[in-house]
Design a protein around this ligand. Structure first.
Ligand SMILES: C[S@@+](CC[C@H](N)C(=O)[O-])C[C@H]1O[C@@H](n2cnc3c(N)ncnc32)[C@H](O)[C@@H]1O
Length: 247
C-alpha cells in the first residue's frame, strides 16, 4: 500500500516536502487530496509538534503515532514480561524490529532493564520514534524512555558490525493476519507499510550475539522463525513468544 507525506497548512509546505524527500515519498497538500481515490492509501501527516500516520484522508481516520505516555500507563503485556524473567540485574536489550516502540517500552518497564536499543530500518518510522521520545515529558514515562537509544539501520547489519553486548535481543517479525480478528490500527499500518524481515539469518546471528537470550514474537500458529526450534515457548491466545537461550 502506498504512503504519502501530507500537510494541512501552507506554512508547513517546505518542511513537509523536505521530509518527503528524506523518506523517498511523494508529498501532497491535504486540500488537494481526492478523498475517493485516496481512501486506501496511508498518509504521513506532517505537523511540527506531532506527526502521525493516517489511513485514508477521511475524518474517521485516526492518528497513529508513538504514544509512549498512553502505553506507559494503559498497556501491559504480561506474556512478554514473563519472557524477561531470570535476566540479570541491569540487563541490556536490543529490539531488532522496533516499529512503533510499543514492545521496546514493555521491555524498558522491567525494573531490571538498564537500556534498550531500538533498531528500525524505515526512515518514517524512525522519525515517529524520535518524535515520540522527544514528546515524552512526564516522569512516569521518562523513567522508561530514558533507557532508550535508537538507530535507523538494518538490524542484521548492525548486529554484524557492533562490538556492544546485549543480554537480550528481541525480534518481532511481521506475521500475516490470521482468522477473523481485526488487527489494531497501528499493527495493520505496519503490516500494510513495512516489509517482512527478509534478512535470512537474523535469528541465527542474534542467538550468536545475545549473551543470555533471544525472544521472538510469533502468531500462535506460525512456524518457528528460520525453522529454528526454541528452548521453550510462552503461549497466549493469539501470540506465542519463542525463547532461545544463548550458549
Ligand atoms: C511487526 S513490526 C514490529 C512492531 C513492534 N514490536 C512494536 O511494538 O511496534 C516489525 C518492524 O520491524 C522493522 N524491520 C523488519 N526487518 C528489519 C531489519 N532487518 N532491521 C530493522 N528493522 C526491521 C519493520 O520496518 C517494522 O517496523
Amino acid at each position: 500500500m502506498e504512503l504519502f507525506v501530507s500537510y494541512k497548512l501552507p506554512k508547513h509546505e517546505e518542511a513537509a516536502f523536505n521530509l518527503a524527500k528524506e523518506f523517498g515519498l511523494t508529498c501532497l497538500f491535504q486540500g488537494d487530496i481526492d478523498k475517493k481515490e485516496n481512501n486506501l492509501s496511508y498518509f504521513f501527516v506532517y505537523k511540527p509538534d506531532r506527526s502521525c500516520i493516517r489511513r485514508g484522508s477521511g475524518n474517521l481516520s485516526r492518528d497513529i503515532y508513538c504514544n509512549f505516555s498512553d502505553w506507559s500507563v494503559n498497556f501491559k503485556d504480561p506474556l512478554l514480561s514473563r519472557c524477561l524473567k531470570g535476566l540479570p540485574e541491569k540487563f541490556t536489550a536490543l529490539d531488532a524490529t522496533a516499529g512503533f516502540g510499543k514492545d521496546a517500552l514493555e521491555i524498558a518497564k522491567n525494573k531490571q532493564c538498564q537500556s534498550v536499543l531500538l533498531v528500525e530500518r524505515e526512515k518514517w518510522l524512525f522519525y515517529l520514534l524520535q518524535e515520540g521520545i522527544a514528546n515524552a515529558e512526564i516522569p512516569e514515562v521518562l523513567k522508561f524512555i530514558n533507557k532508550f537509544s535508537i538507530k535507523n539501520v538494518d538490524s542484521y547489519e548492525h548486529l554484524s558490525n557492533t562490538k556492544s553486548n546485549f543480554d537480550l535481543i528481541y525480534i518481532d517479525p511481521m506475521f500475516p493476519g490470521v482468522g477473523k480478528s481485526k488487527a489494531k490500527r497501528s499493527i495493520q499500518a505496519l503490516r500494510d507499510l513495512t516489509k517482512e524481515i527478509e534478512t535470512d539469518g537474523l535469528l541465527d546471528l542474534a542467538i550468536k550475539k545475545a549473551t543470555k537470550r533471544v525472544v521472538v514474537k510469533r502468531h500462535k500458529n506460525s512456524t518457528y522463525l528460520e525453522d529454528l526450534k526454541p528452548n521453550y515457548s510462552v503461549k497466549g491466545k493469539v501470540v506465542r513468544y519463542d525463547i532461545y537461550n544463548s550458549s
